[in-house]
Design a protein around this ligand. Structure first.
Ligand code: DQA
Length: 144
């Protein structure tokens, strides 16, 4: 059985493709899932891609990733990145490596995006490359 990489997406990312395309690009979340699945096949990995607008779902899925022995989690927590101590605690609580992912580069944007609770607990961060951020994070996950 190939190892599984969970790809968890937070609030408003269901609207990718429509949502502020000048910042987040034209790719939908389904497009990104397709690119990840293609690359995962070459790497002998499986992708489990999910999205929720609810913080607790992301916490539950981090726990589930560990329980199911996932190889790694790619986490784009959207705005919860900048607010969620619950996600910080969940990432700390699990042994599964978590890679923080962002389409945009939050450090070049509003000051409230410069704080990342996710980044304080994550193994590493890939940000600023649009949809490619996810693929770069998958390359990193494959090598952990
Ligand atoms: C984002 C950056 C966050 O600041 C924002 O709230 C998002 C998307 C990104 O992928 O660039 O929802 O995580």
């Amino acid at each position: 059985m190939p190892a599984t990489i969970y790809v968890l997406n937070g609030p408003n990312l269901n609207l990718l493709g429509l949502r502020e395309p000048e910042i987040y690009g034209d790719d939908t979340l389904d497009d990104i899932a397709g690119h990840l699945e293609d690359r995962a096949r070459d790497l002998d990995l499986m992708i489990d891609m999910r999205q929720s607008n609810h913080e607790g779902h992301l916490v539950d899925w981090l726990h589930e990733a560990q329980a199911n022995d996932a190889k790694a989690v790619l986490l784009n927590a959207g705005a919860f990145t900048h607010t969620s101590i619950a996600l910080y605690d969940a990432i700390k609580a699990v042994k599964t490596p978590v890679i923080e992912v962002h389409l945009s580069n939050p450090h070049t944007r509003e000051a409230f995006r410069h704080v990342s609770y996710v980044g304080r607990a994550a193994k590493g961060t890939v940000a600023g490359f649009g949809a490619l951020s996810y693929l770069l994070a998958l390359e990193a996950a494959a090598r952990i």
